[in-house]
Design a protein around this ligand. Structure first.
Ligand code: GLC
Ligand code: GLC
Length: 816
């Protein structure tokens, strides 16, 4: 069952009922100011950091779902005996609407709904170069008589630190402050501005208002929720000026509309920072100049439309960088629109702010952000470059890393811990992707601090060397890399031994152990050790390249020796040196990660083990909804394994379909030339291909979720944790670089598709460095192998099109 449809021409998903199984959200904002908005107008807003600079309050654990947003109430008093109150997004009043539509587009959302012949059209977005969210609301009277309406706006301020905001009431109920100007047209939220903050928030409308409220209790009534505000029921704002308690911003506008008449209002929710020495215009009166300047920019409909056009042009441009046209509508839709859009969002947010990542717990993940970069780097390489430097700046001198850092301060967050031994290697992955994309070697020579300490700064290449050396110097009894606190699988806590509830698996116990080893990290080391060696060569350091390759060889051999279980790769060795993910185990006999990653790194390909491993995946881990992370699921808690065995069977890391590593297996299949199977795996978790089961899948049909419940779970097939997942980047890497086969190398683009037999011919446009490549592929029903490659009329050997600076256009013909 579906709850909407894709409108590919508009690049929108159109939701046709507000009653989706879960809130279906969208992200507004591209740089520093962000809002989340659901299909019922729920959501929250922040500047740079969802924890530290939160503008509007969201209620976690909310009942009903999706509680608090930026709401508009329309009160229709045309028929005094039958007044009705409704919202364009249905929530919070939930009056049954006569029509409803929500269109989530790229960086904007649009709502069109109606009740009793009054129509509301709401457009909301964050302009490209401003720190505000603009909402344009048009109300039209389609009645045959005059309509008498009142419009009320409503946002609830968060007192900036979203974590403290929901805990520290003894202080917070006394700190709230506002200023009201222009009779309520503009409301300033200035809590803590008098002391250590130089920023405030505004909510303004481009019209004269008939009243306002800034006290939540005055607007709602102490015992009401946003579904039944007193002020709306009365039809009369109280002009309350908040002092402490819970400040809000609400404006009332009364409307008399003739039949057929429309009126448009523009609401702006903004964030303003003032210079420390220019904070006040009079004692206790904030300097409002920059706020009025911002409001002035969006005073007219023309200005708003122009800002929206800028946003759309921006996306046009970005999506022109990699564009496919094939006979597979759903592939085109994901590749050209939604997958790349999600890559942008994961790049911006890492794992910090979604409906499942509350924005108060996790910041920017070291490994997460490095991987997000893989799917983003072609879009805006400059931002990827800065991100690499930011991430590397939090690395420790021994190569290890804080697991996360705060986006606002860019400093490592020690509350979340360190000692995840895969972290260092991801920095090589991200940097290599950046250099292959851009050819910019200067990044390797940038001077980058360790743990933000400039006095111990070294070049980025030295950082990468520390990453590599970390693995080399942290190996266990089998010559495999030590796992530390965990590797990519945060839940494989082999040194943790947690016996008491409440202990965080992420931080409890030692972060090191001399015995427990990871075959997954070994696979990573083989892949990224080689990529490191290539970077060393580019810098002319052949000795270092050789050293790296010698080390790679050792780990490769260690995997074949101690990491092979007979039919598949072992996952790890625990702290007693017992195998994890082996036929010897009672539960958890096979894990997906080493099968995918070792094979995509090339381990066991020539030995014939890779094909065996992937066959085992197909036989033991595959389901109709995707490939499970392990089998058989753990039915009891294993002290020596940690969190992985803490989840009920079928959920999360305990035998869920953890979407992130499905593309690894799909890529691994392409390494073996298995186009049919690679694509089958791609399709199983691909949002556009599973739109029809939205009632089972529950999460948004236009983006990936972190996890789909596995076969052992009661709710097999149900998605959770949508949006912020490495699945976005890895899937884009898989489809764009391996299945469609356009892979950036240091010397130029390589074209080597691996598609299913019935995929058909396709054409691709790829901007790469300074040039545009138009690539025509004739697949001839084959799954892999390029028979002939012609570039600008000349046939070339191999699959790499040598990059020549200065050549702007490459016309490429590929015959498979
Ligand atoms: C979560 C984390 C990611 C981790 C994965 C597997 O998605 O964000 O860092 O690799 O879980 O545990
Ligand atoms: C838990 C989750 C995992 C996540 C980690 C970090 O271990 O199962 O997916 O990555 O927490 O928050």
């Amino acid at each position: 069952m579906k709850y909407g449809y894709f409108d590919d021409a508009a690049r929108e998903y159109v939701i046709t009922t507000p009653k989706t199984p879960l809130p279906w959200i969208n992200y507004l904002g591209n740089k520093e100011f962000f809002s989340l908005i659901s299909n019922t107008c729920g959501g929250y807003t922040f500047y740079k950091d969802a924890k530290l600079l939160r503008l509007t309050r969201y209620r976690y654990n909310n009942v009903p779902y999706d509680n608090n947003g930026k709401y508009f109430y329309i009160k229709d008093v045309t028929d005094a005996a039958n007044t009705v109150v409704w919202n364009p997004g249905w929530q919070p009043v939930k009056t049954k609407l006569d029509s409803y539509e929500c269109r989530h587009g790229l960086g904007y959302s649009k709502f069109t709904s109606s009740k009793n012949d009054v129509e509301a059209k709401l457009l909301t977005f964050v302009p490209m170069n401003d720190n505000c969210e603009v909402s344009k609301l048009t109300i039209t009277n389609n009645k045959s008589t005059a309509a008498k309406l009142s419009l009320f706006s409503y946002v609830e301020w968060c007192l900036w630190n979203a974590d403290d905001d929901m805990k520290n009431f003894q202080r917070n109920l006394s700190t709230g402050e506002v200023e009201v100007v222009d009779g309520g047209s503009v409301i300033f939220h200035k809590t803590e501005y008098r002391e250590r903050r130089n920023h405030y928030a505004i909510y303004g409308v481009n019209a004269k208002v008939d009243g306002f409220d800034t006290s939540r209790d005055a607007f709602l009534g102490a015992y009401n929720g946003p579904d039944s505000p007193d002020v709306v029921a009365e039809g009369k704002a109280t002009n309350s000026v908040a002092s402490g308690w819970s400040p809000i911003a609400s404006q009332q506008i009364n409307l008399d509309l003739a039949p057929g008449e429309s009126k448009t209002f523009i609401f702006t929710l903004g964030y303003i920072e003032n210079p420390e020495d220019d904070k006040w215009e009079a004692p206790s009166v904030v300097n409002k100049k920059p706020a009025f300047k911002m409001l002035d920019s969006y005073k007219t409909e023309e200005a708003v439309d122009k800002a929206l056009k800028e946003l759309c042009d921006y996306w046009d441009n970005l999506l022109g960088i990699y564009h496919i046209s094939s006979k597979n509508e759903k592939v085109d839709r994901m590749v050209n629109i939604w997958n790349q859009y999600q890559c942008m969002v994961t790049f911006n947010m890492s794992r910090s702010a979604s409906y499942y990542e509350s924005g108060i717990g996790r910041g920017m993940g070291f490994r997460d952000s490095c991987q997000d970069l893989l799917g983003f780097v072609h879009l805006i390489p400059d931002r990827a470059r800065q991100r690499i430097i930011d991430i590397a700046s939090t690395q420790f001198q021994d190569g290890s890393a804080y697991h996360q850092y705060q986006p606002l301060t860019k400093k490592g967050n020690s509350d979340i811990g360190s000692g995840f031994n895969d972290d260092p290697l991801w920095l090589i992955a991200g940097t290599s992707a950046y250099v292959r994309e851009t050819g910019d070697l200067s990044i390797l020579k940038e001077i980058v601090p360790f743990d933000n300490d400039m006095s111990v700064a070294k070049t980025l290449m030295e950082h990468l060397k520390c990453s590599l050396n970390f693995t080399i110097t942290h190996k266990g009894p089998h010559g495999l890399p030590l796992i530390g606190r965990a590797d990519w699988n945060d839940c494989l806590n082999l040194n943790c031994f947690s016996e008491h509830p409440g202990e965080s698996f992420q931080t409890f116990g030692p972060s090191e152990g001399p015995v427990a080893e990871s075959v997954f990290i070994a696979g990573m080391f083989v892949k990224y050790g080689e990529e490191y060696a290539q970077l060393a060569e580019l810098l002319g350091d052949d000795a270092e390249a050789k050293r790296a390759r010698d080390e790679v060889k050792k780990v490769y051999d260690a995997v074949l020796d101690a990491g092979w279980d007979g039919e598949w790769f072992v996952r790890a060795y625990d702290a007693y040196s017992n195998k994890v993910g082996s036929k010897e185990c009672e539960e958890g006999q096979i894990y997906i990660e080493p099968q995918g990653f070792c094979v995509l790194a090339g381990i066991g390909v020539k030995e014939g083990l890779a094909a065996k491993a992937l066959k085992s995946v197909e036989e033991r881990l595959d389901t109709k909804y995707g490939v499970m992370i392990l089998q058989p699921a753990y039915t009891k808690y294993h002290l020596e394994l940690g969190e992985v065995s803490s989840y009920p069977p079928g959920y999360k890391e305990n035998a869920g379909i953890f979407c992130h590593n499905n593309p690894w297996v799909s890529i691994a299949e392409t390494v073996l030339g298995h186009g049919n199977r690679a694509f089958e795996i791609y399709k199983k978790t691909c949002p556009a291909y599973i739109e029809d089961i939205s009632d089972i899948h529950c999460t948004e049909p236009y983006v990936y979720s972190q996890m789909v419940a596995g076969r052992d779970a009661k709710f097999f097939g149900q998605g959770k944790n949508s949006w912020l997942t490495g699945t976005a980047a890895w899937t884009f890497v898989n489809i764009s670089q391996y299945i469609l086969g356009v892979y950036p190398t240091h010397n130029g683009l390589s074209i080597n598709p691996c598609v299913p037999e019935d995929f058909g011919d396709f054409t691709l446009t790829r901007k790469y460095r300074d040039a545009v490549y138009t690539i025509d592929v004739k697949t001839n029903g084959s799954q892999s192998g390029v028979k002939k490659l012609t570039v600008n009329g000349k046939e070339i050997e191999g699959t790499v099109i040598p990059y020549e600076a200065g050549v702007k256009e490459y016309k490429v013909e590929v015959i498979m």
